[in-house]
Design a protein around this ligand. Sequence first.
Ligand code: NAP
Length: 316
Amino acid sequence: MIANAASGTVKLGLVGLGKIARDQHLPAIAHTDGIELVAVASRGAEHPGVANYHDIGEMLAKQADLQAVVLCQPPQVRYAAARQALLAGKHVFMEKPPGTTLSEVEALNAVARSAGVTLFASWHSRGGTAVERARSWLADRTIESIRIDWKEDVRVWHPGQDWIWQPGGFGVFDPGINALSILTHIVPEAIRVTAAQLAFPENRQAPIEAVLDMATASGTPVCAEFDFLQTGPQTWDISVQTKDGSLLLGEGGNALSIDGQAVDLEDSNEYRALYRHFVDLVASGRSDVDLAPLRLVADAFLCGERRNVEPFYDES
Ligand code: NAP
């Protein structure tokens, strides 16, 4: 049965009670009109005030009023959970990255279409305070070059997350894809990967460092450096040189300066914006599945040069 939420509040179940679910999803759901958390599926934890289940299968079978699910697990288990929920007629909100391969996300999109439900492949960094301002500033300018520096300390931001180092875990592309989600949103032209260098710790299955050479369709160069071993100040910057001025998008899309002058920005919250969008998608019977960021990562894996580097252990 299709979960019809054209009117009233969308009854939501959350799957995977990890870091991002607790830090962002639960507070954002609580602040969003039109959506209500009614259930959680977790292998080991419980959330007060809602029905708790061990896994999504049990939640789908037993929670009769469920209309939608949000999937906050690692990408390796996203496809199976999303497919199960879509086939049960539920709307699905997926954390980024939407899957481990392009083909599995395309398959989910087809299932959502034939089930007549909403599929939302979210890119939270596109909701950064400064992203829309950057996009409109660039819309009518000629871009000459773009440089991305996305460098963070994996031991600080992803302690003990073994899945990130396993096949399909993305390694340094787990944060790096956030930069690519902003890039593909603010630049009007399509972007392709021309070369890449990927460094893999010899005891891990995912890269710890990556350099991507890219170009817009008209040939403008775009370079990205992703590093998971940055200690001290952390860097999440995109700088764009145009024919008539430069733009620096900092703090992961939440700070902006133009020609060296800081721009005042209104307060906003990435995850509340995502939930408002999801409620709108459900109400209007639409999906939002943009594969451009994932395609760039896949292409870097396809054409990149690989080298082994020293093993990585969680404790330095
Ligand atoms: P996490 O802390 O490791 O939490 C993931 C949760 O998923 C686990 O706590 C677990 O919850 C569940 N899970 C189900 N199957 C699992 C499996 N095979 N291995 C590990 N966990 C499994 O990870 P996270 O940081 O929340 O990231 C989850 C997703 O959100 C990733 O796709 C990530 O890219 C994205 N994200 C993370 C951040 C961030 O800052 N951490 C920011 C934005 C987006 P239960 O034990 O409750 O079942």
